[in-house]
Design a protein around this ligand. Structure first.
Ligand code: FAD
Ligand code: SIN
Length: 529
């Protein structure tokens, strides 16, 4: 069966649904999503969405904070677009019905790490993502947008450039996407004019993660296989504060908790952040996550404590109802006892490389949201800039498909390729069988918050060995595992190549940033070109 649409959008988080709502005015739209409509990271977003809408704030100040957090790798043009278009996109979300919290009739603005002023809009206290997802899903339903649930995109079908087109520098173009109906097992090819990947991040590469089960990097992996450029994969953000209770999933404890005055203490009850950064608890995430890891090692503990017991209990329960309830359901009254926390993989800074219009290096293929790499986050994302990025660039993708269809980003001349499986990769007998858990454990241990040549080399060789015995994916779990493997190889090879420390990428054998590494690493599968 083949079906044709103007817009094919893969993913039903904020990026996919917002793009679909905008695209609906300009042509036929189909959204494919591999789980239920609200199976995504978006619905779990807590802290909020950043925008310079408060008194005394400005896009310029927001831009400066974004650049400062990004540790020398932020693409200034893209970040300028992000911060300049923020308030218009917030206006759109409000018009669509997102109920942002207010105080005395004005929008309520919170503080988060490395923001120089309060600028985080939130909804339902700490349930921002749930409100956004619910609102967009109901608008999509009202607009009659077709969302095919339980349908996983598996492969991009490209059309090779003609010899003449190659001569004038034109490369691959998108024709269609192949997808699998996970209930019936039926495979379908959907033709399209514009293919928009909105498939989210790859946090499931790691054993300890705040991410939803669906965050398996599929869009990044299928784009790589189709010949698109993938950038900045070595920069994985570890959130400093995820709940750490035996047998309980690592539930996020929002950065906004520290914004309201929450304090970090080690297992002995001592505060420690001031020794690491003058901004203490509100330093950028990479600094706080590494400091926590170091204190855990120093105190021989698997967690530190996030203490809000000195705050007004009424404020804690009103401002963080979701966190309060989740902890209470697990036997922890956070107004009375400090919260045991530890860092967890949280956000994929890298992804499918795009320009400021969401165009990738493959004509007709666009990417928006966490699966894309616009360059706005550089080496370390500023808190609450992610939800903002999704809407700013999803909107620009749709504008572009109208004004200048079938475009593509200028390719990167010196893009590398994943190395072929090295001949010295361990044989199948020397590595454990490939399972999601084995991969997650390897990545957590060897490619985690702190990496080094030895751990990265070991991981690269196990991942390569797994890659050398490919089995064609037959269902959603095996497809996701194949995609996680591709993303993990991209992260590990990029981390091995980058011989410095910068932002979220910390190498114990190269602990300082190096000026000659103030550049991006881009991968493109050469055989696809
Ligand atoms: P997602 O919301 O993850 O949606 C991806 C969609 O793609 C899903 O529907 C998924 O099922 C679908 N999909 C994936 N692969 C396929 C496939 N092969 N075929 C079909 N469908 C597919 N950011 C902020 O700015 N502020 C916050 O307060 C904040 N809090 C967060 C809290 C948590 C716990 C987490 C995990 C993240 C948080 N983030 C926050 C990050 C932010 O939520 C995400 O970056 C953002 O929601 C990503 O949106 P998205 O639409 O790109 O992806
Ligand atoms: C949080 O609430 O701490 C998450 C915010 C983010 O990831 O930007």
């Amino acid at each position: 069966m083949t079906t044709t649409y103007d817009y094919l959008i893969i993913g039903s988080g904020i990026a996919g649904l917002y793009a679909a709502i905008l695209a609906r005015k300009h042509g036929s739209v189909l959204v494919l999503t591999k789980g239920s409509i609200d199976d995504c990271n978006t619905r779990w977003a807590q802290g909020g969405i950043a925008a310079s809408v408060g008194p005394g704030d400005s896009p310029e100040k927001h831009l400066r904070d974004t650049i400062e957090a990004g540790a020398g790798l932020v693409d200034e043009e893209a970040a300028r677009v992000l911060t300049a278009e923020a308030s218009d996109r917030i206006g759109d979300l409000v018009s669509l019905g997102v109920p942002f919290d207010t105080v005395h009739g004005e929008v309520a603005l919170a503080t988060e790490g490395a923001h120089s002023t309060p600028r985080i809009l939130h909804a339902g206290g700490d349930s921002t993502g749930a409100h956004i997802e619910l609102t967009l899903a109901s608008v999509a339903r009202l607009e009659g947008i077709t969302v095919l649930e339980h349908t996983i995109a598996t492969e991009i079908v490209t059309k090779p450039a003609s010899p003449l087109a190659r001569e004038v520098g034109e490369g691959l173009g998108v024709r269609a996407i192949r997808a699998l109906d996970t209930a019936s097992g039926e495979r379908t090819t959907y033709d399209c004019r514009a293919l928009i990947l909105a498939t989210g991040g790859a946090g499931q590469m790691y054993l300890t993660t705040t991410n939803a089960e669906v965050a398996t990097g599929d869009g990044i992996a299928i784009a790589y296989r189709a010949g698109a450029e993938i950038m900045d994969m070595e920069f994985v953000q570890f959130h400093p504060t995820a709940l750490h209770l035996p047998g309980v999933q690592p539930f996020l404890i929002s950065e906004a908790v520290r914004g309201e005055g929450g304090l970090l203490r080690d297992a002995n009850g001592e505060r420690f952040m001031a020794a690491y950064d003058e901004r203490a608890e509100l330093a950028p995430r990479d600094i706080v996550a590494r400091a926590i890891r170091e204190r855990m090692l120093a105190t021989d503990s698997d967690h530190v404590l996030l203490d809000v017991t000195h705050l007004d209990p009424g404020l804690v329960t009103a401002r963080f109802p979701q966190i309060y309830r989740f902890c209470a359901d697990n036997g922890l009254d956070i107004t009375r006892v400090p919260i045991p926390i530890a860092p967890a993989a949280h956000y994929t800074m890298g992804g499918v490389r795009t320009n400021t219009w969401g165009e990738t290096s493959v004509a007709g293929l666009y990417a928006a949201g966490e699966c894309a790499c616009t360059g706005v986050h550089g080496a370390n994302r500023l808190a609450s800039n992610s939800l903002l990025e999704t809407v700013v660039f999803a909107c620009r993708v749709i504008q572009r498909t109208i004004d200048s269809p079938n475009g593509r980003a200028e390719p990167t001349p010196d893009a590398g390729s994943l190395r072929p499986v090295p001949s010295d990769a361990p044989g199948a007998g020397d590595v454990p069988p490939l399972t999601r858990e084995a991969l997650q454990s390897l990545m957590w241990r060897d490619v985690g918050i702190v990496r080094g040549r030895d751990s990265l080399t070991r991981a690269a060789s196990v991942l390569a060995a797994w890659q050398s015995t490919p089995a064609a994916p037959t269902d959603r779990p095996s497809q996701e595992l194949a995609d996680l493997l591709t993303c993990s190889r991209l992260v590990t090879e990029a981390a091995l190549a980058r011989e410095e420390s910068r932002g979220a990428h910390y190498r114990d054998d190269f602990p300082e940033p190096r000026e000659d590494w103030r550049r991006h690493l881009v991968f493109r599968r050469k055989e696809a070109a």
